[in-house]
Design a protein around this ligand. Structure first.
Ligand SMILES: *Cc1c(COP(=O)(O)O)cnc(C)c1O
Length: 430
């Protein structure tokens, strides 16, 4: 595989950009080798600067659920650009997308647009604090909620891959208001709530976790949190930046039938543009400025191009339920194929899967939380990643990420990935 141009770009990039990248996991530190610089993408494929093609199983970390360069989304952006790129004033497009989001996500009655998932979670916590008049919140080990100070405590995703779960620069004071519980451990949450009676503003979680690899909520876990929050006047926040519009048109909350008080969104919501959003019950969202006292703002929030892309994307998803049945089928076939290969090769690695999200964990343990996720052989994963890349399959460059499928994957690509997986496993274990 010739990656000469990528290598050259990376050494140039390192001179001017920290680590050569604008987001840490892109640097391939966890898997070794140099990152690929991408020139373009279309449908199920990525093309690098050396014109190698790769089947996409990460899809820009989630957003490209319909595959790259979807014609509807592209046309919507082109049309919006012709009218100017930013106004800093209300637009019809913002009303249109807000109404659509409220109609799609069961628990959202009002929604505020922001520019990233990070902004969404930071804002949601602030609103929950303003609404309850309490300071502390509970998050789960291995869940990632963006890079806001108060979330960089046992955070998943890049923060975990980089081995700096507690980032320097986060003050002790800030960290003190973040309480931690193991994922899927309802009794640990109950103890925390008991020990911090009437002090907890919110419980925030990924209803299906994707940032320590794909980890499903245990039966009763989400329902238990819902009940506890009701009893204790705590705001339950589902961080659906990853799962929103992916696990179903209404996200994990629709699929699993548990309604949070607030929801944070990102990734798919922008159709590939930088967009996030937070929303929830009217009574809570009315605390947001200028209706209420909790301040939150953004010069480019509701940007016309971003709203056009997001609306085109969400419209596709709301009007085409067959998107989700196709993703379900694709995910099922892929995971079935991978499990068959594991059996054939006499390996007992764990595969976690829901709809169009899955992870192959290099451990024999059931992965249900951060501790079990960390039992993975990450060095072996690195070899697997490289072996897959050489066979033209682009995975997330870390064991601690979920993969995200798109509707652009057809039989041909599914078969290729299954074969590449089996050959890669043989290669790295021989
Ligand atoms: C990606 C992600 C975020 C952060 O979103 P950014 O747009 O990268 O700031 C927050 N929460 C979850 C669950 C995510 O997967």
């Amino acid at each position: 595989m010739n990656i000469k141009n990528s290598k050259n770009l990376f050494s140039q990039a390192k001179q001017f950009i920290p680590g050569g990248v604008n987001s840490p996991v892109r640097a391939f530190k966890a898997v070794g080798g140099d990152p690929l610089f991408i020139k373009s993408a279309n449908g199920a494929y990525l093309y690098d600067e050396d014109d190698n093609a790769y089947i996409e199983l990460i899809n820009s970390w989630g957003p490209m659920i319909l595959g790259h360069n979807h014609p509807d989304v592209r046309e919507a952006v082109v049309k919006a650009i012709a009218g100017g790129t930013s106004f800093g004033a209300p637009t019809a497009r913002e009303v249109e997308i807000a109404e659509l989001i409220c109609s799609m996500v069961p628990s959202i009655e009002k929604v505020r647009m922001v520019n990233s998932g990070t902004e969404a979670t930071m804002s949601a916590i602030r609103v929950a604090r303003g609404y309850t008049g309490r300071d502390k919140f509970i998050k789960f080990e291995g869940n990632y909620h963006g890079h806001g100070d108060s979330f960089l405590i046992a955070a998943g995703s890049g923060a975990m891959t980089m081995g700096t779960p507690n980032s320097p620069g986060v003050t002790t004071g800030t960290a003190m208001d973040t309480l931690l519980a193991p994922y899927n451990d309802l009794s640990a949450v109950k103890s925390l709530v008991e020990a911090n009676k009437d002090e907890i503003a919110a419980i925030i979680l990924e209803p299906v976790a994707g940032n320590m690899g794909c980890v499903l909520p245990a039966p009763g876990f989400l329902e238990g949190l819902r009940g506890l929050c009701d009893e204790e006047g705590i705001v339950l926040i589902f961080d659906e930046v990853m799962t929103g519009f992916r696990l179903s048109a209404g996200g994990a909350q629709e699929l699993l039938g548990v309604k949070p008080d607030m929801t944070t969104l990102g990734k798919i919501i922008g159709g590939g543009m930088p967009v996030g959003a937070y929303g929830g019950r009217k009574e809570i969202m009315e605390y947001v400025s200028p209706d209420g006292p909790v301040y939150q703002a953004g010069t480019l929030s509701g940007n016309p191009m971003a709203m056009a892309a997001g609306f085109a994307m969400l419209k596709q998803l709301s009007e085409h339920p067959e998107v989700y049945s196709k993703l379900e089928t694709t995910g099922g076939k892929l995971v079935e194929g991978i499990k068959d290969s594991l059996k054939k090769l006499n390996l007992s690695f764990t595969v976690n899967h829901l709809g169009s999200m899955y992870s192959l964990f290099f451990t024999d343990l059931k992965v249900k939380d951060l501790t079990t996720a960390q039992s993975c052989d990450t060095a072996l994963f690195g070899k697997y990643f490289q072996a897959m890349l050489h066979r033209g399959v682009y995975l997330a460059p870390s064991q601690f990420e979920s993969l995200f499928l798109s509707t652009a994957l057809e039989e041909k690509e599914i078969a290729h990935v299954i074969e590449a997986n089996e050959d890669s496993l043989k290669e790295i274990l021989s």
